[in-house]
Design a protein around this ligand. Structure first.
Ligand code: BGC
Length: 465
């Protein structure tokens, strides 16, 4: 009788919902990420005036957060292994709240930079741990779309920050812009305390019974639980971990480098140039005052909407076609925008055309590299080196993000508008080739299957097939 009840469709539905609730909660880490990325663009100009900041100081105010995030992502590798994924997320949430309040109460450029570093550490921990956690609790056929949901939360966070910045801009209240994000931070903190531990992590620690309990609540039936427990056990029999695996195993080094390069690629699309400096780009294109911030909010909205394209396509069409399309769209958007800014946007029609190109670029990113790079980075690492591999790629995401943030205004001032955007357009063309030759198709295959192919020495492009 109990077996019948256990496998009844209502019970299965309940468990599916629980899986989504759990993944959704972890994806809220994405919301925090997005709020952090988005919040600075609208505040930057006001902060610049309040603290008399030069363009260089502004680059540091923007980029100090990414520096902290790089440090946080590095520490997160160790934390998520020792404390577990859940406690790491809790720690990230606490630092997030503290960091946001510290930003709001900063008294000069230096204190704001330190506060942004704290905020960054929080985000580094969360952005490392959340995708890792999601990939460990998601069933294989839902993995891609669940991680894309994480990206959706990032974009919603960015949009929320853009809109809130715009509303606060009427009173010039930049401290409110920076401080208000502590509120969702507190909700996130409450949410993550209710998450179960990752079954994989529990089994790594020898807590098989607890792992079974979690999986029983997450999977459709006992057979699925048994199968997954068996697979995880099989994986864990291999002795090495992290750094030693990296030194000894060239196949693992390949997946680590693939993750690193994928994140460099994501950042050098130029997406965050737009995220951090959109009001400035609107200014360059000839828009004034509040129009710059409303324009930025529209950018944020398109970023959210186009992410749905990715969610719909990633587990159906696969990773490679979506990425190839995305980089092509981005190259076109950036290239034409650069050209328009180079010749000058003299009338309204040209200005609107420039905005359209910016939105096309955003669409290209959001439908492809935004979510898919995170999906791939969490999929390609073998179990024993997963923490290390994802730490390396997440760390790289923030270092590359830092480089993009710290150079953009100097590039605009030094090279001019056209060449600056032209360089990003050209990079997107290079990324089309990179995807074609090196990126694997990981649609529908289990993490264990990918691992077996990687370790058997198959070329990277084929580890998913
Ligand atoms: C990237 C962020 C970016 C965001 C934009 C994420 O996938 O890692 O750097 O700001 O997408 O939506």
């Amino acid at each position: 009788m109990s077996a019948i009840v256990q496998d009844s469709s209502a019970a299965i539905h309940g468990r599916e919902q629980y899986t989504f609730f759990t993944g959704g909660m972890a994806a809220l880490a994405g919301l925090m990420f997005g709020l952090d990325i988005g919040v600075i663009s609208g505040a930057l100009d006001l902060i610049g005036k309040a603290f008399h900041a030069s363009d260089q100081a502004k680059e540091w105010i923007v980029s100090s957060m990414m520096f902290g995030a790089a440090v946080g992502a590095l520490a997160a590798g160790m934390l998520s292994f020792r404390l577990g994924r859940k406690l790491s997320l809790i720690l990230g949430a606490i630092l997030f709240v503290v960091g946001s309040l510290f930003c709001a109460f900063s008294w000069d450029i230096q204190s704001l930079i330190v506060a942004r570093v704290v905020l960054g550490v929080a985000i580094g921990i969360a952005t490392f741990t959340a995708p890792l956690y999601i990939s460990e609790i998601a069933p294989p056929e839902k993995r891609g779309s669940m991680i894309s949901t994480y990206q959706l939360m990032i974009t919603i966070g960015i949009l929320a920050a853009f809109v809130s910045d715009t509303l606060f801009s009427y009173s010039g209240a930049w401290r409110w812009m920076l401080g208000i994000v502590a509120v969702p931070g507190i909700l996130f903190l409450i949410g993550v305390t209710r998450l179960p531990n990752s079954p994989r992590w529990l089994m790594m620690r020898g807590q098989k019974r607890e792992a079974r309990e979690v999986l029983t609540a997450l999977r459709a039936n006992k057979a699925a639980v048994d199968k997954e427990v068996g697979e995880i056990e099989e994986q864990l029999r291999r002795p090495q971990i992290g750094w030693s695996l990296f030194r000894q195993n060239s196949n693992f080094r390949r997946s680590v480098f693939l993750g690193i390069i994928l994140q460099v690629v994501q950042q050098f699309t130029g997406m965050n140039v737009v995220m951090y400096y959109a009001p400035r780009i609107f200014e360059v294109a000839g828009f004034q005052g509040h129009a710059q911030l409303w324009g930025t909010a529209i950018v944020g909205l398109v970023n959210v909407l186009a992410t749905f394209i990715a969610i719909g396509l990633v587990d159906r069409l696969g990773r490679r076609p979506v990425l190839l399309t995305g980089f092509t769209v981005m190259a076109i958007g950036m290239g034409v925008l650069g050209f328009l800014l180079h010749i000058g946007t003299h009338d309204l029609a040209m200005r609107l055309f420039a905005v359209a190109m910016l939105l096309i670029f955003i669409t290209g990113f959001a439908m492809s590299a935004g979510p898919l790079i995170w999906v791939l980075c969490s999929e390609v690492q073998p179990t024993k080196g997963r923490d290390f591999g994802i730490a390396a790629s997440t760390f790289t995401n923030w270092v590359a993000n830092f480089i993009v943030g710290i150079t953009f205004l100097s590039m605009l001032n030094g090279l001019g508008n056209g060449p600056t955007f032209g360089i990003y357009a050209a990079l997107n063309v290079v990324f089309i080739l990179f995807t074609f030759f090196f990126v694997p198709e990981t649609k529908g295959i289990t993490l264990e299957g990918i691992e077996a192919n990687l370790m058997a020495g198959k070329p990277l492009r084929h580890i998913g097939t």
